[in-house]
Design a protein around this ligand. Structure first.
Ligand SMILES: *Cc1c(COP(=O)(O)O)cnc(C)c1O
Length: 354
């Protein structure tokens, strides 16, 4: 049994994907070929935003968002401590300071109450300028945007949705990728919508932001890539990856139904033994991971392994306990919920072909 069965997906879509790749090989426009634009239109339509701008990976997508917001040294950007490293990394990469926030015990997502406390603390300390929030749709469940948006508005902070795991999720029918001032996603193979390499995208309804992102992703281009009006980067999605994603996106709605079916089965079977993941009313999860908690995680994971069922821990280490962030001087106990999650969570196989 596979943890994420990319092989089953490929066998199912093989003819379509192969034909799409062959088309790219035939026309030979490997960089920014017509498939990139086709995919961007289809992504924007699916997510329900004006602009989808693809790029090289989900980390770059976040970096592009930080660049557009002008995040710099002296700025505070708030993000959950229980997330993948990239969420916090991009803040520090711009020279700004990540300010970590504890998790909600039920959803594992950023806690809006703790978020407001951490913002107030930064204001009180008077050293950093609060600028933005990066909320993460952890394990496929959209973060609590109704509450987070209120906090962002109250303190005039920009809001970025890290939907690397959330693609396909929704709140009251509004899809992940459409929350905040900008949203980002990743097409890393293991994500809900993945390609066969690295890929990412930024989503926004803001025309000005969209123009900036298109410039930043191609060396800060003006009229063309040899007219450089700002310092940018090289972060494009390969045409072949776009071609693959067009076929995978077409199949995605069915896969999403299958993921939710699998999650329902897990819940029926496992809820007597575990606290199973809670999806709040009006929310849909894309189930990037199906995550349980156990006080005897090692024993439980070994028992699954004996039965041929792979499990994995996302994530063993909170951001405030990462060596790279030692300079921020957080200590054990600063984020009690997230620290307990890091000690107890483990994830079961989850994909659209389970
Ligand atoms: C995977 C992931 C990223 C980074 O995406 P890459 O494409 O691997 O760069 C960022 N944030 C979260 C929450 C992720 O899960």
């Amino acid at each position: 049994m596979q943890f994420i069965d990319l092989e089953a997906q490929y066998l199912h879509l093989k003819d379509k994907i192969n034909a799409r790749i062959q088309k790219v090989l035939d026309h030979g426009q490997y960089i920014m070929g017509p498939e990139v634009q086709e995919l961007e239109q289809k992504l924007a339509e699916y997510v329900g935003v004006k602009h989808a701008i693809t790029c090289a990976n989900g980390t770059d997508a976040l970096t592009l968002a930080m660049m557009v917001l002008g995040i710099k040294e002296g700025d505070a950007v708030f993000c959950p401590t229980f997330t993948f490293f990239a969420t916090a990394e991009v803040i520090a990469y711009e020279g700004a300071t990540p300010v970590f926030v504890d998790s909600d015990a039920d959803t594992f997502n950023i806690c809006p109450i703790d978020l407001e406390k951490r913002i107030q603390k930064v204001i009180e300390d008077g050293v950093l300028t609060p600028k933005a929030i990066i909320a993460v749709d952890l394990f496929g469940l959209p973060a609590n945007y109704p509450e987070i948006e209120k906090v962002a508005k109250k303190y005039s902070l920009k809001l970025v949705e890290d939907a690397a795991q959330g693609f396909g999720g929704s709140i009251k029918g509004k899809r992940a990728g459409s929350f905040g001032d900008m949203a980002t996603t990743s097409f890393f193979p293991a994500k809900p919508l993945g390609c066969y390499g690295d890929g990412g995208a930024v989503f926004t309804n803001n025309d000005e932001y969209a123009e900036l992102i298109k410039s930043y992703r191609v060396h800060g281009k003006g009229h063309d890539k040899y007219d450089n009006v700002r310092i940018g980067m090289n972060s494009r999605l390969d045409t072949i990856q776009a071609a693959i994603l067009i076929e995978k996106l077409a199949e995605f709605p069915i896969e999403l139904i299958n993921r939710n079916r699998a999650a329902k089965c897990y819940e029926l079977e496992l809820s007597p033994m575990y606290v199973t993941p809670k999806v709040p009313q009006h929310y849909v999860s894309s189930w990037a991971q199906y995550t349980l908690m156990s006080g005897e995680r090692d024993t439980v994971m070994a028992a699954y392994k004996d039965k041929g069922i792979p499990t994995f821990v996302y994530y063993k280490t909170c951001m405030h306990q990462q060596t790279a962030f030692e300079y921020l001087n957080y200590k054990v106990g600063d984020f009690p919920v997230a620290e307990r999650l890091a000690k107890q969570v483990f994830s079961l196989p989850m994909h659209g072909y389970l």
